[in-house]
Design a protein around this ligand. Structure first.
Ligand SMILES: Nc1ncnc2c1ncn2[C@@H]1O[C@H](COP(=O)(O)OP(=O)(O)OP(=O)(O)O)[C@@H](O)[C@H]1O
Length: 626
C-alpha cells in the first residue's frame, strides 16, 4: 500500500525541486506526494481538505512547518531541514566582502549557525530571529535594522522578500535542494510506518480489552475511574437516565481499591457486593518506577465465575457429573409410580433436601437424577456417591476432599471432595444408612454451615449444594440402635419419597419387561418376542432385586433363547442361572452362591451382575463377612 504525503511548498522553487525528485525516484519512494502551495499564513487552510480526505503525513519547511505542526497535532508533520549545501548554494554567488544578513525563524537560523560553525563559514554577520505569530511589523522592523546597519544582501524566509524590496536590499531565497527534500520524504514514510505499527498494536490491545467479557477498569492514583471497557460499563450501567459512572465511587468505596492504591495490599481478589449482585474483583496495581500510578480492576459476576468453575470441573471429571435420567425415562403407569412422579415434580421446584427410601434396584438414583434435571440447579453438576462402598477414611476424603500431603499417596495439589464437585448442583448420597457414625457428625456440620473444610486443610470452602439422600434401610430403626444420628436424619428427611417395590407396581412388570425387550432387541440386533405365558409368569414373581433384576433377567432371556419367541423354557433357564427372584425373595442375598462364585475367581462386580443385585448389597455382605 502507498502512503499519501502532502508537501506544502512556500515557494515555487521547492515545488519544482520536489517534482523533479518524485519524477526521478518514482516508485522507489513508495508513496504519493501531493504538492500544494501554502505559506505560513495559508498552509493550514490549504491542507485541510487533504487532511479530511485522509493523508498520512505533511511535509513543509520553516515557519510553515511550525504552523502546520500546531494546527494538526495528530498528524506527522516533517520539516525540510536546511542543509549545508543549500546554504553554500545561497551564498556562493554573493561577492566576497558583501555584507549579508539572515532573517528567518529561530529554528532555521539555529540550523544555519550550527552548520556554519561546522563548515567554518562566517560570511553572514547580521541575524534576526522571529517566531511564529510575530506581526509583519516585526519583520519589517528587522529589515529596517539590517538596512540601517548597511547590510546589502538579505537571506531569509519568503515573506522577508517584500520588505527587502521596500528597502532596496538584494534578497536571496534559501532554496531546498533535492537531498533535503528526499530526506524529508523518506522521514515522512518511515514515521508513517512506525505510526501504523503503533496504531495496529494499539488497536490489537484495545480489541483484546474491549472484547473480553471480564469487566476491566482503570482507576487513577486518586481512585478516580479513568478508563473502562464495554463489559465493565454494562455491568454497572444503571437504569436509563442515571449516569452509572457517578455511582462507581460509591460502589467501590467498600472495595480494597484505596488499599491497593496506598500500597497496603498487593492487589489480589475480593468479592464486591452491590445491591443487585456479587462480583469477583481482582486488583492489579500499576507501578511506574517507584511510584504506584494506577490500579486496574478485573470484574466478573460471581455466578459467572462459579459456572466457569463448574464447567471446568465437569470437563476434568468427564461425564461423571451429569444426570442422564429425566422423568420421561421412568417407565411405569401404576398408581404407585404415578404418585412418585407427582412428588418428583413438586419437590424439584424447591431447594430442600430429599430423602428417597426404597428397596435396592427400585430406581432411587434415577429419581434423584430426574429431580436434579427438573430443578433450578439442573445446569449445575450432579454428583453421586455410594456411602456404603468405602471405608471410613476413604469416604471422608471422598466427601470432603483433602489437602496435599495429608497422607502418604495423597494426590499432589490435594483433591476436591464431592461437596466441592457438586457446588451449584446436586449431591446424591446413596446408601446414606451405611455412613459411619463419626462421619455423620461431620456431614451434619457441612449441611448446617454450607461450607466444607478439606481433610488436613484449614480453609473454609463455601458450597451451595442440594442434597438428595437414599437408603434401602429403615433409618428409624438405625436411629433407635444408635447407628444413625437423629439430627442428621431431620436434616435429610425434609421431603420424602418412598419408592414402591416392583411387586407393588400393578401392571408395571409386563410394561417394563416389554420395553426392556424392545431396547435389548435394538442393542443386540434381535427381533425377539415374549410368549404370553412368560410375560404373565414374570408378573407373578416377587423381584427382590426390583427393576435392575428384571432388566438382567430379560437380557439373559434375549441372549439364551434360540428361537424368535422367548418361551417358558428360556425363562426357566434364565431364572435358574442364579437370577431366580423367588430364591432372592426368601433370602435377599444368597451367601452360598456368592461364596461359590468367589471361589470361581469372579469379582464382586461380576457377581453383582450375575446375581442381579446391586454392588452396594455385595459391599455390605463383604463388610459383614470381614
Ligand atoms: N421406572 C423405571 N423405568 C425404567 N428403568 C428404571 C426405572 N427405575 C429404575 N430403572 C432402572 O433400574 C436400574 C436400577 O435403578 P437405580 O440404580 O436408580 O436403583 P436404586 O434404587 O438406586 O438401586 P440401589 O439401591 O441398588 O443403588 C437402573 O438401570 C435404572 O435405569
Amino acid at each position: 500500500m502507498k502512503y499519501n504525503i502532502c508537501l506544502v511548498s512556500p515557494d515555487s522553487s521547492i515545488s519544482r525541486t520536489t517534482e523533479q525528485v518524485v519524477q526521478e525516484l518514482g516508485d522507489d519512494l513508495r508513496c504519493n506526494v501531493i504538492i500544494i502551495d501554502g505559506n505560513v499564513k495559508t498552509a493550514v487552510s490549504h491542507v485541510k481538505p487533504y487532511v479530511e480526505k485522509g493523508i498520512d503525513a505533511i511535509i513543509s519547511r520553516g515557519g510553515t512547518a511550525i504552523a502546520l505542526t500546531r494546527a494538526y497535532s495528530q498528524m506527522p508533520v516533517i520539516a525540510i531541514q536546511i542543509e549545508a549545501t543549500d546554504i553554500l548554494k545561497a551564498i556562493q554567488g554573493i561577492p566576497d566582502g558583501t555584507k549579508i544578513g539572515f532573517i528567518s525563524y529561530s529554528e532555521v537560523i539555529y540550523q544555519y549557525q550550527a552548520l556554519a560553525e561546522l563548515m567554518g563559514v562566517h560570511k553572514i554577520t547580521f541575524f534576526r530571529l522571529f517566531h511564529l505569530g510575530d506581526e509583519d511589523t516585526v519583520i519589517e522592523q528587522y529589515v529596517r535594522d539590517a538596512w540601517k546597519q548597511g547590510i546589502e544582501v538579505l537571506i531569509g524566509s519568503i515573506h522577508v522578500r517584500e520588505y527587502a524590496k521596500k528597502y532596496n536590499l538584494r534578497f536571496v531565497f534559501l532554496e531546498s535542494g533535492k537531498g533535503a527534500i528526499l530526506r524529508a520524504i523518506r522521514e515522512a514514510a518511515s514515521t508513517i510506518l512506525v505510526r501504523c505499527q503503533d496504531r495496529d498494536e494499539f488497536k490489537l490491545i484495545s480489541n483484546i480489552v474491549d472484547y473480553t467479557f471480564t469487566g476491566t477498569a482503570v482507576f487513577d492514583s486518586r481512585g478516580r475511574l479513568q478508563k473502562w471497557n464495554p463489559a465493565f460499563a454494562s455491568m454497572f450501567a444503571g437504569e436509563s437516565g442515571t449516569d452509572w459512572k457517578v455511582r462507581i465511587p460509591l460502589i467501590f468505596s467498600s472495595s480494597r481499591l484505596q488499599k491497593v492504591l496506598d500500597g497496603s495490599v498487593p492487589g489480589g481478589g475480593e468479592i464486591l457486593r452491590t445491591e443487585e449482585r456479587d462480583y469477583a474483583v481482582t486488583w492489579q496495581p500499576v507501578w511506574e518506577g517507584a511510584q504506584l500510578v494506577r490500579a486496574i480492576a478485573f470484574v466478573q459476576p460471581v455466578e459467572q465465575v462459579q459456572s466457569y468453575a463448574q464447567s471446568i470441573r465437569k470437563k476434568q471429571h468427564g461425564e461423571g457429573l451429569i444426570a442422564y435420567y429425566t422423568l420421561d425415562d421412568m417407565i411405569g403407569k401404576s398408581l404407585a409410580i404415578r404418585q412418585v412422579k407427582r412428588e418428583i415434580l413438586k419437590y424439584a421446584g424447591t431447594h430442600s433436601n430429599v430423602l428417597i427410601t426404597g428397596e435396592s434396584g427400585t430406581g432411587k438414583e434415577m429419581i434423584a437424577q430426574a429431580i436434579h434435571n427438573l430443578s433450578q440447579c439442573s445446569k449445575g453438576p450432579f454428583v453421586a456417591i455410594n456411602c456404603g462402598a468405602f471405608t471410613e477414611s476413604l469416604l471422608e476424603s471422598e466427601l470432603f476432599g483433602y489437602e496435599e500431603g495429608t497422607f502418604t499417596g495423597a494426590q499432589k495439589g490435594g483433591k476436591a471432595g464431592v461437596f466441592e464437585l457438586a457446588d451449584g448442583g446436586t449431591l446424591f448420597l446413596d446408601e446414606i444408612g451405611d455412613m459411619p457414625y463419626i462421619l455423620q457428625n461431620r456431614l451434619l456440620r457441612v449441611l448446617q454451615e454450607k461450607a466444607v473444610m478439606r481433610v488436613g486443610g484449614s480453609k473454609v470452602i463455601p458450597v451451595n449444594v442440594r442434597i438428595i439422600a437414599a437408603t434401602n434401610q429403615e433409618l428409624e430403626k438405625a436411629i433407635e440402635e444408635k447407628k444413625f444420628r437423629l439430627d442428621l436424619y431431620y436434616r435429610l428427611d425434609v421431603l420424602r419419597i418412598r419408592v414402591p417395590a416392583l411387586r407393588e407396581r400393578d401392571g408395571d412388570i409386563s410394561l417394563l419387561a416389554r420395553i426392556f425387550l424392545a431396547n435389548l432387541n435394538k442393542e443386540y440386533g434381535r427381533n425377539k418376542e415374549f410368549d404370553k405365558d412368560v410375560l404373565h409368569y414374570l408378573t407373578t414373581l416377587p423381584w427382590p432385586g426390583n427393576i435392575r433384576q428384571l432388566n438382567n433377567i430379560v437380557e439373559r432371556m434375549v441372549l439364551l433363547s434360540e428361537g424368535r419367541i422367548i418361551t417358558m423354557n428360556d425363562a426357566a433357564e434364565a431364572l435358574e442361572l442364579g437370577h431366580n427372584p423367588e430364591k432372592g425373595a426368601s433370602k435377599k442375598i444368597d451367601t452360598e452362591q456368592i461364596e461359590g462364585l468367589l471361589s470361581e475367581g469372579k469379582s464382586y462386580a461380576e457377581i453383582a451382575e450375575l446375581l442381579g443385585v446391586s454392588r452396594s448389597t455385595l459391599w455390605r455382605y463383604r463388610r459383614k463377612k470381614k
